[in-house]
Design a protein around this ligand. Sequence first.
Ligand code: NAD
Length: 474
Amino acid sequence: MTQYKMLIDGELREGVASIDVVNPADESVVAQCPVADEVMLNQAVESAHKAYLSWRKLSFSERGSYLKKLTAAVEENAEKFARILTLEQGKPLAQARDEVMFSQIFANHFADCEIESRVLSDDDNGRIEVLREPLGVVAGICPWNFPLLISLYKIAPAVMAGNSIIIKPAPTTPLSSLTLAELIADIFPPGVVNILCDNNDLGPAISSHPGIAKVSFTGSTPTGKKIMASAAGTLKRLTLELGGNDAAIVLDDVDPKQVAEGIFGAAFLNSGQVCIALKRLYVHDSIYDELCEEIGKLASAAVVGNGLDEGVQFGPVQNRMQFDKVCSYIDNAKANGRIIAGGDVPDAPGFIVPLTVVRDIEDGTAVVDEEPFGPILPIVRYQDLDDVIERANHSDYGLGGSVWSSNLDRARDVASRIDSGTVWINQHCAFGPHIPFAPAKESGLGVEWGEEGFHEFTAMKVVNISKAYSNPVH
Ligand code: NAD
């Protein structure tokens, strides 16, 4: 078995203990993951702070050249990363390869980014400049659905802005980040990037740590709220990318056969374990039966299983806790609607759940109102457009949403009335490093990606120059 180590101060280190990492396809133990305690966290913060003092002095292009070396090393090890992702996360190998590729795209994008200072005025009397400076030590706390992509899309903008960073992967998917740690140890100066693992117990010490200036968190809304409370004592900067229950509204003017595949893919990508997956489907009465049938057929034909097996299109749910949650949502769907695909969870080792579609279900049921975060799609009928927009907006979440229509003007009008950070038209789940991603309501706080997301890893500083000595009292 590979010996995985954490990265602190440029050194690959063993932990104070270790935990099993389990393959969700069959519950076999894939590897041991070292875990850190608060002493090691303090060492990482101290090292990150020391590293930051020199790192911040480098130019953007110097910092970018380190990052580009890292993405080149990821490329050289792409197949190794993909296999590790499938083993720890469950997604089929082809999708694991996509995750490795997207990680490189995100890192390379930020490797070329720079922030210019803005000059507000420059005249005989003086000059006013608005600068963007690094924050110091940043922490990135990650979930288990896209472990490599999320680690890298936090590391890249953080270090490009001149910060150092401590990454903490989710305890069930640490191996891809620890493999990244091995590459980083050979490329970056000690302390610029540190990678620490835990047994789901180090989070509070990170979010309350006085030596950490910002937490960039991706995970569930309840954990995001805990982080916000715990970070209040040190008034940390926060970016919180949290849960979602994205609604899609299908208007009466679409051909169900033409939209079924796009809707199906957006609902079941990564077996539904995507924050911006399509999670509630509202379909106009006039096309409801036909679209249900098309989506049901696609879900029934899908091959779900061990992501390493040839021909498997959808992997397992990632961990036991999530599996139990998804099973309870399937029970809820059976009690309140009609299952037209899946629904029968095999009694075997592993967390395999067949893609499940439920129709004739209403708002007010758990599977519609909550975030199942698994392979289950409720399809809800509607008659009136104004009413369905209100129902789509009747959620504490506001991550994404979509409108499907053959009439783009109509779709645009509906999109303008949906309360979420992103609204797609005739697609769902499209994202990229150049597109800002900003959650609404309890789906989070702040922005990731794009220029705005990059700026979140900086503090604004104004330098206001008077060319002659000036006195505010006249
Ligand atoms: P989670 O909130 O349980 O855990 C996420 C991370 O937080 C893990 O690393 C965990 O160890 C850590 N953590 C746990 N308790 C903590 C605490 N008190 N303080 C600090 N850190 C703590 O989430 P998860 O189950 O890993 O991921 C699933 C959730 O993440 C879903 O709700 C999903 O929608 C959301 N998610 C959101 C996005 C997004 O960009 N908005 C992306 C992916 C996943």
